[in-house]
Design a protein around this ligand. Structure first.
Ligand code: FBP
Length: 548
């Protein structure tokens, strides 16, 4: 593989590890845990892995006897996130430190490779090529949902054939939910295979007190913020466009909020606030329109509007509609599929309750259609496919035309549209993600060596110097509750949405009045890998403010 000079320099970067993981460790058990909600149901579904204690690693001065070699399998699951290769490098170095004879196998293209027995052995030479690089291409990723006993049994055949002692699943909330189900199943049949999860997702919605952030969020939001900053400078230079920028992130608005904190745009919609204020789509449009009119009075016919990709799901009326559509499409999937494209809208209207049919009928054709398209394998509406940025700018344009006719607006409105998501998912990891990911992988090796299963690798105290980071494991069942998926109640990891009482949102809401009126955008510039620590090693503002 030909490498650029930056890649060569970056390959030599040595990720930082928590001080405690550098020497010998002992595991300290905390109190038994409970699920975040629906305790009785979760306990019943996870009789062997429910209630396990939180674990923390501490330095040990005791002389440790030589550990046996361990064979580990690893899977990258779901959307790409910067730093995945470093999780694998850390895991590799961790198991080699335990015993030089340990081996690491990578299952290809996600959980599907595990079920279909597609794998490679990850040797030192392969790992070397991928240290500190972005992407998941070392073994590929996929969205196959691991949920059936037949898949678990099929996977177990290859684990046994390769003498694999533990499987590490690097994924988001849905993939870690699957990891927990797999851990429970293997424990229940005494399969002798441990399952450990690692918190991955650019969306930032897999977090709690003990998982402070998912990896990839830091780099992805820095990449998007650089791009938004560039657009804002362009905007401030030409002074003629409104840029409607949709940002990835699924349901939660963490990415939009972090980018807003970093770039201070004219407006940023936060879906969780829209829901809390019970706003309709027209209310959201009105808010944008009012800002545009105010700015036009000062001759400012330009600005930036950030839109979280999940917005549409949080408009209360649309949320109710989606819930009914999910049930309807799960119950009558084949009837719906048998209809021609042109007949499907009418069929949906006839099968919905009266209120939801009205909301459905009011949506533009394209959006209405997206809401009925296939869910992803985990049952989520594929919000990244809904062009909310175009929908909103069209509605804003229509409203401004009416107001112009009525003599209430005299500005110019020229919109531009952007969707930032894929641009950031495979970026080279920032120093923070490079260090955090390497530590998560190395820590996963320590958890495997402690013999546990059904745990997620946890590295925290992340706003401090890496030396002071705390390492350990949290039982995955502790993060679970029951939710409806594909029309049935299922145990799933609870998604973390933006906390409207938290510091990041509070600080954003204090800033936004000034942002709506002015042009004092912030231009964060590109991620820096080499240079002063205050430039290169800063975590996200979300993490910083959450821990103030
Ligand atoms: P994960 O939840 O798997 O981490 O995926 C993150 C994400 O990038 C979302 O922000 C986005 O909605 C989705 O993946 C897009 O999915 P796909 O890669 O299948 O287009």
């Amino acid at each position: 593989m030909k490498k650029s000079e930056l890649q060569k320099a970056r390959a030599a970067y040595e990720p930082k590890l928590p001080g405690v993981l550098k020497g010998n460790v002992k595991v300290v058990s905390g109190r038994p845990t409970k699920s975040v909600a629906d305790e009785a149901e979760i306990q019943k579904l996870f009789p062997n892995t429910y209630g396990l204690p939180e674990l923390t690693f501490e330095s040990s001065s005791e002389k440790v006897s030589a550990s046996k070699a361990i064979n580990v399998g690893v899977i990258l699951s779901g959307g790409q996130a910067p730093g995945g290769h470093n999780v694998i490098s850390g895991l590799f170095d961790g198991i080699k430190k335990i015993n030089e004879e340990s081996r690491l196998y990578g299952f290809l293209m996600g959980p599907g490779g595990f079920v279909d027995h597609q794998y490679i052995e990850l040797t030192a030479d392969i790992i070397k090529e991928y240290r500190n690089t972005g992407g998941f291409d070392i073994i590929g990723s996929g969205r196959t949902k691991l949920e059936k006993i037949e898949q678990f049994d099929k996977g177990l055949e290859i684990l046994k054939k390769l003498n694999i002692d533990a499987l590490v699943i690097i994924g988001g909330d849905d993939s870690n939910t699957n990891a927990a189900v797999l851990a429970e199943y293997y424990k229940s049949i005494n399969a002798g295979v441990q399952v450990i999860g690692c918190p991955k997702t650019i969306d930032g919605d897999l977090k709690n007190d003990l998982i402070e952030t998912s990896f990839g969020f830091d780099t992805a939001t820095k990449v998007y913020s650089e791009l938004i900053g560039n657009i804002q400078r362009d905007c401030n230079s030409a002074r003629k466009y409104y840029h409607f920028i949709k940002l990835m992130g699924r349901s939660a608005s963490h990415i939009a909020l972090e980018c807003a904190l970093q770039t201070q745009p004219t407006l940023c919609i936060i879906s969780e606030e829209v829901e809390a204020k019970e706003m309709s789509l027209d209310d959201v449009v009105e808010e944008i329109v009012n800002t545009i009119i105010d700015r036009s009075k000062n001759g400012m016919n330009f600005g930036t509007v950030l839109i979280p990709e999940g917005l549409i799901e949080f408009i209360p009326a649309v949320k109710k509609l989606i819930a009914e559509l999910n049930d309807l499409l799960a119950a009558k999937a084949s009837e719906f599929a048998s209809k021609h494209h042109g007949e499907q809208r009418q069929w949906v209207l006839e099968n919905l309750s009266c209120d939801n049919a009205k909301v459905y009928a009011s949506l533009p054709e394209g959006v209405a259609r997206q809401l009925t398209l296939d869910r992803d394998p985990h049952g989520n509406v594929q919000v990244s496919l809904i062009e909310t940025e175009k929908l909103l700018s069209e509605m804003v344009g229509n409203r401004l035309r009416v107001l112009k006719k009525e003599g209430k607006y005299n500005g110019k409105f020229s919109p531009q549209h952007h969707f930032f998501g894929y641009e950031g998912r495979c970026a080279d990891p920032s120093n923070f993600d490079a260090d955090y990911c390497y530590s998560l992988g190395f820590n996963a090796a320590c958890l495997i060596n402690s013999g546990v299963t059904g745990y997620m690798s946890s590295v925290r105290n992340l706003t401090k110097n890496a030396e002071e980071w705390i390492a350990g494991g949290i039982p995955v069942t502790m993060m679970m509750n029951m939710e409806k998926r594909h029309g049935e109640m299922k145990p799933v990891i609870q998604k973390a949405l933006v906390n409207l009482k938290g510091n990041p949102f509070r600080i954003f809401s204090e800033l936004r009045e000034k942002c709506a009126k002015g042009v004092e955008f912030v231009y964060p510039g590109p991620i820096q890998f080499f240079g002063p620590s205050e430039v290169c090693d800063q975590p996200t503002l979300t993490l910083k403010y959450e821990h103030e």
